[in-house]
Design a protein around this ligand. Sequence first.
Ligand SMILES: Cc1cc2nc3c(=O)[nH]c(=O)nc-3n(C[C@H](O)[C@H](O)[C@H](O)COP(=O)(O)O)c2cc1C
Length: 251
Amino acid sequence: MDFMETYFAPMEGVTDHIYRRVHSRYFPGAGRYFTPFLSPTKDHVFPPRLLRQVAPENNRGVSVVPQLLTKSPVDFLWAAGQLADMGYGEIDLNAGCSSGTVTAKGKGAGLLADRDSLRRLLDGIFAACPVRVSVKTRLGVRDTAEFPAILDIYNDYPLSQLIVHARTREEQYGGSAHLDAFAQAVERSRAPVCYNGDVRSAADMAALQARFPSLGAVMIGRGLVSRPWLAGNMPDRQTLRQFHQALCEAY
Ligand SMILES: Cc1cc2nc3c(=O)[nH]c(=O)nc-3n(C[C@H](O)[C@H](O)[C@H](O)COP(=O)(O)O)c2cc1C
């Protein structure tokens, strides 16, 4: 059994470049950090607030995957070109954001409600994207029964990875994650699969690995914020205190 890699989930308002840099210095176990979503603008300019997130000098020494939130292949490709020029080799597409203002525009998990739009986006992206592309998805909009058809779509494209937050859009963050529905991704996804949702302890990670021995990666958000050492070994009090001190000083 290979050991799973751990990724730090994108968390808007939490895992910005300052947090990522300090966290990776004290707790180097997370293999990759996904940025909170960046929305490419129609006029194709990265506002300074977004540029700060991805500027190479702000992310030195940290393995970062920028995440884009858009339904436009043109805007995705523009942003991907900019990010490739900065040295990024992989970009994540957000197909999971459940916020009403995002999904109403057909973005994030809204992409799962209009599968033609999802296909058009993926067609455009994979026709010309200069870097590898992963997708972070939910299981569906209302019902996990939507997932097989969504998985069929992803299987038509050479995704570098399929990251599955094992909930529907309507569930937002409530209830518990659907491991049975997620199992279909492990069985049928052409792309390597990463699990996401409710992993909060080493025991949760061990249970996940026991159930899915071939799973290569787990993405953790809230669990890593509350236990920043979760991707490695539990530190002593001194290290935790220094981590908090360093965070306060960095902000
Ligand atoms: C405050 C907050 C901000 C989030 N921001 C993003 C985001 O920018 N992009 C994204 O794909 N997911 C975002 N998520 C979802 C997380 O990445 C993750 O999928 C979700 O929290 C479930 O994983 P967890 O149980 O390990 O936290 C956010 C979640 C929270 C709680």
